[in-house]
Design a protein around this ligand. Structure first.
Ligand SMILES: *Cc1c(COP(=O)(O)O)cnc(C)c1O
Length: 356
């Protein structure tokens, strides 16, 4: 892999004026990073080009069999104007783990990070600065062969695109109502649940849609075999504080290994909190709640960082958590993670990567 070719647009777009109305995934910057893979040649033709539609053959394999992987991370603008990434090395590591599972050729993680930094330098004026806003980064790889046979493809495209996004909680952290899903499952051990791949999302839409119709924000996924053990909440990992101890489902093959999850565990332990990664059944959780031992619950993920859970609905049971308000540990974790991400606190773990 050689240098990155740069082709700048002659027609830059007008940037969104009102950063309080960005929302999520509505705007895209002027350029994207692209690189091709062709069997026999490897990854080649790294380039930054004007953002725009792709020409794909209608037989492109990704459109039929879903051979695709992706990542999601953010660039943050600090108060003094610096640009920070949060653990981007972890994202490219995970992208390669997803690649392996989906039979997609691995990328050079160091090169991908350099490509991302170069793209951000080109697009730095797109990073919003209103508190809570950031630049969402979406790296993804997909199969482009024009072929309808089912087998791993021989040709791929790797793209990184950027989208300025608004504050997730413009009015402060608001606990959500979650529906415990008994009918649909997200993933099973041996499937693709621990890879970040589009098919997992396609199969989750129905449950999410039905939950929203009943005015729940998201679903709590149970394991696909016994429908008993808690796995994730929506597209986030999930944590509970039970009788003073923090419990999160262990990574056993069907759970996506979140970087916010990993960071939360490391931070909590650094504060002397007891954190246990283990199997946790919905019955145990309901029992703890009934006995007044369920103190807090929250989801973790790049988009929301921490999403407090105020209520769980499990069949006819309604489980209220911390009176429907955010718990002190959830709030402390949110404050600590976001302070590191926006460069407002010391970074003792070396998680921040500055883009200069
Ligand atoms: C991306 C993702 C997460 C969260 O991962 P982060 O690295 O913390 O953003 C959790 N669950 C699913 C299913 C995901 O796709």
């Amino acid at each position: 892999m050689s240098a990155i070719k740069l082709e700048l647009t002659g027609k830059p777009k007008a940037k969104p004026v009102d950063e309080t109305k960005l929302g999520f995934g509505n705007f895209f910057t002027d350029h994207m990073f692209m690189m091709n893979y062709d069997e026999g040649q490897g990854w080649h033709d790294a380039r930054i080009v004007p953002y725009g539609p792709l020409a794909l053959d209608p037989a492109a394999m990704v459109l039929h069999y879903g051979q695709e992987v992706f990542e999601g991370l953010k660039a943050y603008r600090t108060k003094d104007g610096r640009i920070l990434l949060f653990r981007p090395d972890e994202n490219f590591k995970r992208l390669n783990r997803s690649n392996k599972r989906l039979c997609i050729p691995e990328i050079d993680e160091g090169f991908a990070l350099e490509a991302l930094k170069e793209l951000i330098r080109v697009e730095k004026d797109w990073i919003p600065s209103t508190p809570g806003t950031s630049l969402y980064i979406r790296p993804f790889i997909f199969a482009t062969d024009a072929h309808l046979g089912v087998h791993p493809a021989h040709h791929y495209l790797f793209i990184i695109m950027l989208s300025p996004v608004g504050a997730y909680y413009p009015e402060g952290l608001d606990p959500v109502k979650i529906y415990v899903e008994n009918n649909y499952v997200r993933a099973v051990k041996g499937g693709t649940g621990e890879a970040k791949t589009s098919g997992n999302y396609a199969s989750s839409l129905k449950a999410q849609d039905e939950a929203e119709q009943q005015h729940f924000t998201q679903v709590l996924w149970l394991d696909g075999v016994e429908r008993k053990y808690i796995e994730e909440v929506g597209t986030m990992n999930v944590f509970f504080k039970i009788a003073g101890e923090v419990v999160t489902p262990e990574l056993q093959g069907s759970i996506l290994p979140g970087i916010t999850r990993k960071s939360s565990i490391e931070l909590l332990r650094s504060w002397g909190e007891k954190v246990c990664e283990r199997r946790l059944s919905i019955d145990e959780l309901a029992d703890a709640a009934a006995k007044g031992r369920l103190e807090e619950a929250f989801g973790t993920g790049t988009a929301a960082v921490i999403s407090p859970i105020g209520q769980l609905i499990w069949g006819s049971d309604i489980i209220d958590i911390n009176g429907g308000k955010i718990g002190p540990l959830s709030q402390k974790l949110y404050d600590a993670l976001t302070a590191i991400q926006w460069g407002e606190a010391a970074d003792p773990f070396g998680w921040s990567f500055e883009v200069k």
